[in-house]
Design a protein around this ligand. Structure first.
Ligand SMILES: [Zn+2]
Length: 246
């Protein structure tokens, strides 16, 4: 039996993700994947699920987050899961972060980046470089738009560069029952449309016991487009569309 092209037959390419092992040994390219949606749509839950799925295949990852206010940074989801994470800020070079781990002999096959809307455009470029030059798979999770309905800078750059972009399909409901897509900022009970891009606040009603500070109470609420345009927050300030924190 004679092969048709004995000297030209191409090497078979892997047709699926290797079940385990170090992606850097394989010719398959790494990917930059971006999942986005409004608040409360389950981004962090999905981030932890992706980490779990990767880890059980024997791959090693780093979990990164930003704006976590706890003493021990973590990615935590509203359904009660959490994992320790590395807190990054605008000055973090994500390439160095990974290369430092490699220098210590630690494998990094993938990155999970939560709160990716807070990345600078330059940091998103670093993630793309990690995927292309270092074969690190990157899974980024972030909010689509800010309270003015504009893309966050990190989100915009991820939409520009990511290999795969996916709007998270878990529906968050406006108080009226329609799918909520937009994040409204509510200051002292009134929806606002201008101000700093990032003001971190709880998504639950802000009247916490014992909190009597003079600073205005800031919270966020997911609304459908119609009620965002009207500035209508629903029958109560903690309307039925609100996911209360335990
Ligand atoms: Zn609505």
């Amino acid at each position: 039996m004679t092969p048709i092209q004995p000297d030209r037959a191409p090497l078979p390419m892997p047709t699926s993700v290797p079940a385990s092992g170090d992606r850097r040994r394989h010719p398959a390219p790494a990917h930059l994947t971006f999942f986005h949606g409004p608040m409360d749509c389950g981004k962090s839950t999905l981030a932890l699920q992706v980490d779990h799925n990767q880890h059980r295949q024997g791959r090693h990852g780093l979990l990164l987050t930003q704006g976590d206010r706890s003493a021990a940074p973590q990615i935590s989801s509203r359904v009660g899961l959490s994992r320790p994470a590395i807190e990054i800020d605008a000055g973090t070079d994500l390439r160095l972060l990974v290369r430092d781990r490699w220098a210590d002999g630690q494998r990094v096959d993938y990155l999970i980046v939560d709160e990716a809307q807070f990345l600078s455009p330059g940091q998103v470029d670093q993630l793309a470089e990690l995927a292309d030059e270092s074969h690190v798979d990157v899974y980024a999770f972030g909010l689509t738009t800010d309270f003015r309905t504009s893309l966050f800078p990190g989100t915009q750059r991820l939409l520009e560069l990511a290999d795969v972009v996916s709007r998270i399909q878990v529906e968050v409901l406006c108080w009226c029952g329609l799918p909520g897509l937009l994040n409204a900022r509510v200051v002292d009970g009134v929806m606002v449309r201008s101000g700093e891009t990032v003001v971190v606040a709880d998504t639950a009603p802000a009247e916490l016991p014992g909190e009597t500070g003079s600073s205005p109470a800031v919270r966020y609420q997911v609304l459908c487009r119609r009620h965002y345009v009207r500035g209508a927050l629903g029958p109560t300030s903690a309307g039925p569309g609100q996911l209360a924190l335990p």
